[in-house]
Design a protein around this ligand. Structure first.
Ligand code: SF4
Length: 495
């Protein structure tokens, strides 16, 4: 629904997927509503004043929006009592349409991020299915399962108390020297081979703030050239680098960037950002409230926040959360690359726990020195860790986060979020017991043949149905240290 003549454009338009639809008036309209809602989310004093004297509130905070026109967006009681047939003002409908586009963008992103390599694509899809039944549909909906991400620094200078990936202190940078630029471009070439167009869905930060690296924008331009997309930026330092960020936002729009994100840690930072940036210029910037005055924020209980929670539990200041009540901000099912260390980890999201404190599994790790060694490392990880179907020598067991209910004709897997039934035959009943015994797939299939007369190929079909849905246990043995490195078990060390 893109039009070139503004006169024929409808009054409500998609402006995220078709940015050319956002003329100056439309952008300004969304930008000012968004600015109002940001202030409402971030600032308790503003919320109080708004409830008492809405026009004084907008005057005092310099907001250019009629508070009563958009009342449905901030007054919950008013919203609940509103006659559903009431036509909402245009500004509200536009804002809601934009929010809706943003929500749909995650589904679109997940689809576009399907890697070219078949092993990788099948494994990632299995991780997506697993996360729905492991994290629950609500949490899983936020996870886009990017195929890879890059750190261009070692550590982070910001030091947020809640950092969900427990970023260490900033200690090193990948400066854009000739040698490093060559390594970076070779790295991107390898990911272009492995991922195809899905490589463009990657991004260039993790346990790092991208603006710590003074050459960050140069790396982004190479990324765009090699992988076809201008990657998203999330920074907690927009207020420190105002002019640089303004230029970055312009660059992103000129290169077809999608949406950027500011993480805002204090009310003072909100004020600085609202002072420095025009609302229309932040239409395509999600501002995430992390400050203590913010309304209804839920921090991911992983990394440093999990650590703090454990300390409070020890002092009996909080009830201990069960593992399935923690959270994760890990949004990669694929490769986490640190360009300073020249390291790669294969990761996938999970609930944060004592074994996986950062909210993701580390399934494999290794180092590289150039494009060829990176290619070999990724190939090895994909071959070893991304089986496309159940192999005869694979140990098969049901996931440990499920309770298993046994019945005469099969079994049901159940956790807080999901129920799955495999029922209807004596073989299904046997399978429910066999899949708790750490047998290989071949041993399970032979037992089903001997006990129930089930042909081997049908046994493998049953196993593969569970496997494809992410219901068989693929959690790596061992655990993760506080920096995300995988620590093998004693047996694995000996092997
Ligand atoms: S949350 Fe982000 S900005 Fe804050 S310490 Fe962690 S990596 Fe750095």
């Amino acid at each position: 629904m893109t039009a070139t003549n503004t006169e024929v454009l409808p009054e409500i338009r998609p402006i995220l997927f078709s940015k050319e639809n956002a003329d100056a008036e439309y952008r300004r309209d969304i930008g000012h509503t968004k600015r109002f809602i940001e202030r409402w989310h971030a600032d308790g004093e503003f919320r109080e004043l708004l409830a008492q004297d809405p026009y004084e509130a907008v005057r005092r905070y310099g907001l250019e929006r009629d508070p009563m026109e958009i009342r449905v967006l901030w007054d919950r009681e008013y919203q609940q009592n509103l006659d559903p047939k009431t036509e909402l003002p245009l500004s509200v409908r536009r804002y809601l349409a934009y929010q809706n586009e943003k929500a749909r963008s995650r589904t679109r992103y997940r689809k576009r991020a399907t890697p070219r390599d078949e092993r990788f694509a099948i494994w990632r899809q299995r991780m997506i299915s697993r996360c729905v039944s492991h994290l629950g549909g609500y949490k899983a909906d936020y996870v886009v399962h990017a195929p890879m991400c890059f750190e261009l620094s070692k550590g982070c200078s910001v030091g947020c108390w809640f950092c969900s990936v427990a970023a260490p202190r900033l200690s090193d940078q990948l400066t854009y020297t000739e040698e490093n630029a060559q390594l970076w471009r070779d790295t991107l070439d390898v990911f272009a081979e492995v991922c195809g167009p899905a490589g463009g869905m990657g991004f260039c930060y993790w346990a790092s703030d991208p603006l710590d690296n003074p050459d960050y924008e140069k790396y982004l331009l190479d990324f765009k050239e090699k992988l076809g997309e201008f990657p998203q930026t999330t920074t907690a330092q927009a207020q420190k680098h105002v002019e640089r960020v303004k230029e970055l936002l312009k660059l992103s729009e000129s290169k077809g960037g999608f949406i950027e994100r500011f993480s805002i840690l204090t009310l003072k930072q909100w004020n600085q950002i609202h002072e420095a940036f025009d609302p229309a210029d932040l239409t395509y910037v999600e501002c995430i409230p992390q400050n203590k005055e913010a309304f209804d924020t839920t921090k991911s209980i992983s990394g440093r926040a999990l650590d703090l929670h454990r300390k409070r539990v020890a002092k009996q200041q909080e009830e201990r959360l069960h593992d399935d009540q923690t959270f994760t901000t890990a949004c990669v099912s694929g490769f986490l690359v640190n360009m300073v260390e020249r390291s790669v980890r294969l990761i996938s999201p999970c609930h944060a726990s004592d074994r996986w404190p950062l909210g993701y599994w580390t399934l494999a790790q290794g180092n590289f020195s150039d494009g060829d060694s990176l290619r070999a490392l990724l190939e090895d990880m994909m071959e070893q860790k991304m089986p496309t179907c159940v192999r005869h020598d694979m140990v098969v067991r049901l996931r440990r986060d499920f309770e298993v209910e046994h019945y005469d004709d099969g079994f049901i897997l159940a956790n807080r979020f999901w129920r799955h039934a495999t029922r209807g035959t004596p073989a299904a009943r046997e399978l429910g017991h066999l899949l708790l015994q750490d047998l290989t797939a071949a041993e399970v299939a032979i037992a089903l043949d001997e006990r129930c007369g089930l042909p081997l190929e049908q046994a493998f079909q049953l196993l593969n149905e569970l496997f494809d849905r992410g219901l068989l246990d693929e959690e790596p043995a061992g655990a993760q240290d506080s920096s995300g490195r995988w620590i093998p078990t004693q047996e694995e060390k000996k092997a």
